[in-house]
Design a protein around this ligand. Structure first.
Ligand SMILES: C[S@@+](CC[C@H](N)C(=O)[O-])C[C@H]1O[C@@H](n2cnc3c(N)ncnc32)[C@H](O)[C@@H]1O
Length: 259
């Protein structure tokens, strides 16, 4: 079963990290944050809402279809006066026309089937020349081989049966590009980013994190027994690695302007 965003037990799932410095530098360098009116659609626990709001954005609106996620985000972003959170859908956000300088959709589109409808909505709420930032993992990002940094690569080495499922729920880069262009966006940059997701002090700390299935969709598909076997497999691969274990994910970012 994939993670249920509407289950209150998952309320804090996407609040436990801070945005990686490499992510903030990339956004700063390619787009600029200071003074911007930003929407973070599919904001989850508000990790990136908070990072943008704390880095000079005039205002950040976090939107999510899950009330539970929004409650987590509210706790995560409490004390930030330039953050508003509201319930809304990526296809129908409820936000006004042509109001925002930047729309961010991070780790959202692999949950959506209708890219066209989602991109149309982003176009509707962006100002002319506003910037649309989409960040997700393509099949190529996900299926990169495992190593001491790309721990998730080992998931598919151990369980190749999940490769087809992963491919089927991820959008190919070419599909994202086609949909952006057909919705009136001009793509400025397509960037690959190795983003640090966690620093584990040692192998035991990594094991505990994996056992809790923290935010990793594929782990929610495994039985408890399969998860135990996976942890043993990863331990056999990493037994000689040096601490701390710096876990990274490969992401693709499409940065496009609304014309
Ligand atoms: C994997 S989480 C990513 C959260 C956050 N953007 C991050 O990167 O940490 C995906 C989020 O998208 C939300 N979501 C999924 N489908 C959605 C939709 N159709 N409209 C709005 N939010 C949606 C989920 O509730 C969840 O909070």
């Amino acid at each position: 079963m994939p993670i249920n965003f509407h289950d209150k037990r998952n309320r804090m799932t996407y609040t436990t990290r801070t945005a990686d410095v490499s992510w903030l530098s990339l956004i700063e360098e390619h787009v600029g944050i200071a003074g911007k009116a930003i929407v973070d659609i599919g904001c989850g626990g508000g990790i990136y809402t908070k990072a943008l709001a704390s880095s000079g954005a005039a205002h950040v609106t976090g939107v999510d279809f899950s009330n539970e996620m929004l409650q987590g985000a509210a706790r995560h972003c409490e004390n930030l006066s330039n953050v508003t959170l509201q319930q809304g859908n990526a296809y129908n956000s409820g936000l006004p026309n042509h109001t925002f300088d930047i729309v961010l959709e991070r780790a959202l589109i692999h949950h959506l089937h209708d890219l066209h409808g989602c991109f149309q909505e982003a176009k509707r709420i962006l100002k002319p020349n506003g910037v649309f930032i989409i960040q997700d993992r393509t099949p190529e990002d996900c299926l990169m081989p495992g190593d001491e940094n790309h721990i998730r690569g080992y998931f598919f080495k151990k369980y190749p049966k999940w490769i087809d499922m992963e491919r089927s729920r991820r959008h190919e880069a070419a599909e994202v590009q086609r949909s952006l262009v057909s919705n009136g966006f001009v793509i400025l940059y397509t960037v690959q980013l190795w983003e640090t997701r966690s620093i584990h002090q040692d192998l035991d700390a990594l094991n505990r994190d994996l056992a809790q299935r923290t935010g990793r969709s594929i782990l929610h598909e495994l039985t408890d027994h399969e998860l135990g076997e996976l942890i043993m497999f990863i331990n056999s691969k990493l037994k000689n690695s040096t601490a701390p274990i710096i876990e990274k994910d490969s992401w693709t970012l499409w940065i496009a302007v609304s014309k």
